[in-house]
Design a binder for this molecule. Structure first.
Ligand code: ZN
Length: 268
């Protein structure tokens, strides 16, 4: 299931008796956790689908059009991504919840606009990023800070960094106002276009391709370089980028006293 689903956009989701919110189409499965007979799917925006299989439950993986080995009435959840269909039958529990229910915890302080919403005030996000309290914070980390903006997620943060040719080592305090305006507008455009493309229409249901996320070792479609990956020290999530063309604002090059030699990969 990890091979079939991780790094792929969800194009269809059905769960007849689901407790909790359904995953948004176009969101990407980032992790699958398995503990005993419990299996959790975690999307890049923090939504978790928890299935407790107990004795009778099971997940099957099919190709679209395959004949299922269990009847439709036993289906608890169905998820289609790319050319795979994962179906959960007869689970004891199927529920979803958010790992970061930040907008329900006002005590944590204010939160930024949800950038996936068409009426999100992008100007507010721009001003917030220009006044970001820690100018040395990495741009990628700032894009995931719910105090500035919500809804982007780790997958689309990587895509936005690629679209802006920004290095994973770029720091928010080094960006000019025009860079920040470009960054925020690109974030809104990339996220919304991918989410919209995943929603089926009578004519198509074709996910837009991801440029870097999940493509480590593959060729960059812009420059022909090889996409790289490292784990973020800050949040433990995977950061994908093209070292050939995502070189803007690379702090390792901007530093007055660069460290000798190339920095270690775990420097991220
Ligand atoms: Zn490239």
């Amino acid at each position: 299931m990890r091979t079939a689903l991780i790094g792929r956009q969800t194009l269809r989701f059905e769960s007849p008796r689901l407790t909790g919110p359904a995953p948004r189409l176009g969101r990407v499965v980032e992790r699958i956790d398995c503990r005993g007979r419990d299996l959790d799917l975690i999307w890049d925006d923090g939504l978790v689908l928890h299935t407790a299989l107990r004795r009778s439950g099971t997940w099957h993986l099919y190709r679209p059009g395959d004949r299922w080995r269990r009847p439709q009435r036993e289906v608890n959840a169905l998820l289609e991504a790319d050319d795979w269909v994962a179906v959960c039958f007869n689970a004891a529990e199927v529920e979803t919840f958010r790992t970061v229910p930040i907008d329900r915890h006002p005590s944590r302080g204010r939160v930024g606009p949800d950038i996936s919403e068409p009426d999100a005030e992008l100007d507010l996000i721009v001003e917030d990023l220009l006044a970001y309290p820690n100018p040395a914070a990495r741009v990628r980390d700032v894009l995931l800070d719910p105090r500035s903006l919500r809804g982007l997620g780790n997958v689309y943060a990587a895509e936005v960094m690629w679209a802006n040719r920004l290095s994973p080592w770029a720091r928010i305090g080094d960006l000019a106002r025009s860079d920040v305006i470009m960054l925020v507008n690109t974030a809104a455009r990339v996220l919304r276009s991918h989410l919209a493309a995943a929603v089926p229409t009578p004519y198509s249901r074709e996910a837009l391709p991801l440029e870097v996320y999940g493509r480590n070792g593959q060729m960059c479609r812009r420059c022909g370089g090889t996409v790289d990956v490292a784990r973020s020290k800050l949040d433990g999530r995977l950061v994908y980028w093209c070292p050939e063309c995502q070189t803007r604002m690379d702090r390792r090059l901007l530093d007055d006293t660069p460290p000798a030699g190339a920095p270690a990969r775990d420097d991220l």
